[in-house]
Structure formats: C-alpha cells, structure tokens
Design a protein around this ligand. Structure first.
Ligand code: FES
Ligand code: FES
Length: 230
C-alpha cells in the first residue's frame, strides 16, 4: 500500500454485494518460470554452479533480512474483497499473506491469536463459511467472496456475549485465555452441525485446539453447558 487506509475506512456499505465485488477482483497468477538453458559443456556447468553458490552465499551474508524485505516488496499487491463478520471489507493483500496476518494487522481484529503460526495449536481458528480453519495456514487471496467469522463476529447486536462465550465464563474455562478464542470458534462450529454433541464428540471437535494451561476439562464442560442451555 502506498498510503495507509485505516481499517474502518475499508468497510463498504451494508448493502454492498460482496460476492459480485469479489468476482471483479484481479486474480493473481504467478509468473512463468524463466526458460532453462543447458550449459554448453561440463566446464561451463561447473563454473555456473560455483558462481551461483558464491552469489547466493554473498547475498545472504551481506543482505540478510533485507533480502526477505526486498522479496516482499517485489511481490504483487492486490486489493480483494472478503466478507468479515458480516461486513464487506476491501483489503490489500500480498500473494503470500495469511488470513491471520490480514485479520490482525490490516483489519485490527486481534481477537484471533497467533500461537505456532504453523497449523499446530489452533489458537488462530476462525470460521470460513461456518467451517473452522487455521487462519495462520490459509492464504487470504484464496478467500475472495468467502464469509469469514472471527471471535469479534460472535458479539450480539447490543454487545452481549455469545451463549458459548457465556458458558465458557460460567465454567471458568479460560485460564491465561490465549487459546480461548480458538476454542470458542471450534465449539461454535461444532454446535452449528451437531447441536447436542456427546462429550466425546465435543472432545474430538476441540482436539485441534491446544491449551498450554491444560484447561481441557473446563472447556469441555463449557461446550456441554452451551449445548444443554441452547
Ligand atoms: S497459530 Fe495457527 S494453528 Fe497455531
Ligand atoms: S487457557 Fe491458557 S492456553 Fe488455554
């Protein structure tokens, strides 16, 4: 982005047709790889290997982190349309940008946590078309026209907590709270498809959400309470 646009300035009108807008977004396709030419003979091949090795190590030594920055700067920027928590959002995303980064650092939705950043802990769980996904392992540009729900999107019209959040509070489930948004999103997704789960079904649904505080039984109690009271 040449110019910073605050997140709230990128919310389109409520009646904006986000699917139609998304259909007009440019689709980035990677450039074709350069044609490979075979070296003329063995001597030139060896010289080429030595030269490229020297160049790579020299670049990584002298430029270090700057080379990564330069790569990012060279990557194309794209303006895409996604529906986040019922609002149509236009965001500039890099080709390699994950949804977690877009949500947290471009849209200001910091309720989605980043733990491992490699699809292992579940802290970054959000719903995409009502199905739980690891946002740290989902590329934003793959979400044109899709519906994303984050923990902020569970808030009621008057700011009240979602019934699942209330159940979590009543069961004293959050300890440090870092894994809690991800646990809640997985639990909400479960009750959408299975409103009366058994405890084992709930355990399975939340098995991708790690809790370093070990509050697993509290979380299960909360899910069962929310299912009972729904
Ligand atoms: S931060 Fe995404 S799974 Fe851990
Ligand atoms: S409550 Fe601390 S990580 Fe789960």
């Amino acid at each position: 982005m040449d110019q910073y646009i605050p997140p709230d300035a990128r919310i389109l009108d409520a009646d904006a047709d986000y699917k139609a807008l998304a259909a007009q977004d440019p689709v980035w396709t990677p450039p074709p790889p350069p044609p490979r030419t075979l070296p003329a003979n063995r001597r030139e091949f060896i010289k080429g290997v030595i030269a490229s090795g020297t160049a790579v190590s020299a670049v990584s030594y002298t430029l270090g982190a700057r080379s990564a920055q330069a790569q990012n700067a060279a990557a194309p920027e794209r303006l895409i349309t996604i529906n986040v928590n019922g609002q149509t959002r236009r965001v500039d995303v890099m080709a390699n940008e994950t949804l977690a980064m877009t949500l947290r650092y471009k849209l200001g939705l910091t309720g989605t946590k980043l733990g491992c950043d490699r699809g292992e802990c579940g802290a970054c769980t959000v719903l995409i078309d009502d199905v739980p996904h690891h946002s740290c392992s989902t590329l934003t540009h793959a979400l044109r026209g899709r519906k994303v729900t984050t923990i902020e999107g569970l808030e009621g019209p008057n700011g009240e907590l979602h019934p699942m959040q209330k159940a979590f509070v009543e069961e004293l489930a959050p300890q440090c709270g870092f894994c809690t948004p991800g646990q809640i999103m997985s639990a909400v997704a479960l009750l959408k498809v299975n409103p009366k789960p058994t405890r084992d079904e709930a355990r399975l649904a939340l098995s991708g959400n790690l809790c370093r505080c070990g509050a697993y039984d509290h979380y299960l109690n909360a899910v069962m309470r929310a299912a009972r009271e729904a």
